[in-house]
Design a protein around this ligand. Structure first.
Ligand SMILES: Cc1cc2nc3c(=O)[nH]c(=O)nc-3n(C[C@H](O)[C@H](O)[C@H](O)COP(=O)(O)OP(=O)(O)OC[C@H]3O[C@@H](n4cnc5c(N)ncnc54)[C@H](O)[C@@H]3O)c2cc1C
Length: 378
């Protein structure tokens, strides 16, 4: 009998793992890949949707396109995970796994920030980005705040990207002079592991008259007075609030008993959980890398090598190195890149590749190579 690998979550981590295992074993493996949605959307596509650069239907990658040997995709909602029994229950049935991989990502809890739902917006979900696409054309003067409400949060460069793209968007509409843009971040600089990247971003903010508010979180909004209240009680008036909502594990993961301090702890080299035969990858873990797709994908690569080694007595992987490369939208048609290394035993370090038009093409290739590898799409 083929070993049954159950992969919970078809995001960056689950898709990469599925592609690698299918390529290695073909029909010799039985992979059940489960996701509640019918399509995958890259995180960065939400910025494109929000600023009207793309339509939602053009950035959705339908799971129905996945046609890989040994892979069965189930569009079902996972309602329980029993790590002792390695059993996953969904609204469509239940699955017993020889090897179980939890790649369910991070959910959002906008209601955890008082006033955010009533008086603000978030652009971290597809629905939030779609709503903002309708809201933004109505903003022609006043104060805009891009604000982080809690840590950890996905893709640390994304708030900076949103502020820079908002500048472009308002400039293109001829209303930039009537608007102020501020960015509230919980770090002293935009990208702490890479001083060079931070300097480039701070220069870009200064050139565009974007106010960077370091070392602060937005604790609440008072919609009646239209003020954002920061964690040091400072009040910032706003007319448009673009929030990064509180992140947490999906409810089903919290209920599974696999978490500690809110996230699933794993062996940082092997991505194994404390439950035999169960791995966890990506945003759902507390592995020590930022919550970003490239890190979820890197962790999935390691798990794939381990599963291949275990089932074929092959080469053991070297261990997860926590290296990831993120593209950063600088606006004005340019993209930068930062390569960061975590988990080396030393403080994280980063290398910056200056914003250019060439990196716009490289980012496009990054997306197309995943479309091809994961979905078989051109
Ligand atoms: C605005 C923005 C910009 C970003 N830009 C970048 C970027 O440029 N580069 C980058 O690397 N990262 C970026 N990210 C971050 C990136 O999108 C995430 O970190 C990445 O998707 C995490 O991958 P994952 O596999 O851990 O989880 P996810 O990709 O979130 O996948 C988890 C999957 O689990 C499914 N799921 C959850 N609960 C259930 C359930 N109960 N039942 C069934 N299915 C369930 C979800 O539907 C989802 O498909 C960005 C994020 C945002 C919001």
């Amino acid at each position: 009998m083929s070993p049954h690998v159950v992969i919970c979550g078809a995001g960056f981590g689950g898709l990469e793992l599925t592609a690698r295992l299918s390529a290695a074993f073909g029909r010799e493996i039985d992979i059940t890949l489960i996701d509640k949605n019918d399509a995958f959307v890259f995180g960065y596509s939400k910025l494109d949707v929000m600023f009207g650069r793309e339509r939602t239907d053009t950035v959705r990658l339908p799971y129905s396109s996945i046609s890989k040997p040994g892979v069965h995709f189930r569009q079902e909602t996972i309602t329980a995970i029993d790590p002792e029994a390695r059993r996953v229950t969904t609204d469509g049935g239940s699955y017993d796994a020889d090897i179980l991989v939890v790649a369910l990502g991070a959910d959002y809890d906008p209601a955890a920030t008082p006033g955010l739902v009533e008086g603000g917006n978030e652009f971290y979900s597809v629905a939030g980005a779609e709503r903002l696409r309708e809201v933004l054309p109505g903003f022609s003067k006043g104060r805009a705040i891009v604000g982080v409400t809690s840590t950890p949060f996905k893709c640390p460069p994304a708030p900076s990207e949103a502020a820079l793209l908002l500048h472009d968007y308002l400039t293109a509409r001829g209303v930039r002079d009537a608007c102020e843009i501020s960015l509230v971040m919980p770090f002293g600089v935009p990208i702490p592991p890479s001083p060079e990247t931070s300097e480039a971003l701070l220069d870009a903010f200064a050139e565009r008259d974007i106010t960077f508010v370091p070392d602060r979180l937005v604790r609440s909004l008072d919609p009646a007075r239209r003020v954002a209240i920061l964690d040091d009680e400072t009040e910032m008036p706003y007319d448009l609030f673009l929030g990064i909502p509180k992140h947490r594990v999906p409810g089903v993961v919290a209920a599974s008993g696999m978490t500690e301090d809110g996230w699933i702890p794993v062996n940082s080299l092997t991505l194994e959980t404390r439950f035999p035969g169960i791995y966890a990858v990506g945003d759902v873990t507390s592995v020590g890398t930022p919550k970003a797709g490239v890190f979820s994908e890197g962790a999935a690569r390691v798990v794939a090598t381990e599963i291949i080694a275990a089932l074929e007595s092959g080469e053991q992987p070297a261990g997860y190195d926590g290296i990831g490369s993120c593209y950063i939208e600088f606006g004005s048609g340019r993209v930068g890149r930062v390569e960061v290394q975590f988990l080396s035993g030393q403080p994280p370090t980063g290398t910056y590749y200056g914003a250019s038009a060439a990196l716009v093409a490289e980012k496009k290739d990054f997306g197309s190579s995943r479309r091809a590898r994961w979905f078989g799409l051109d």
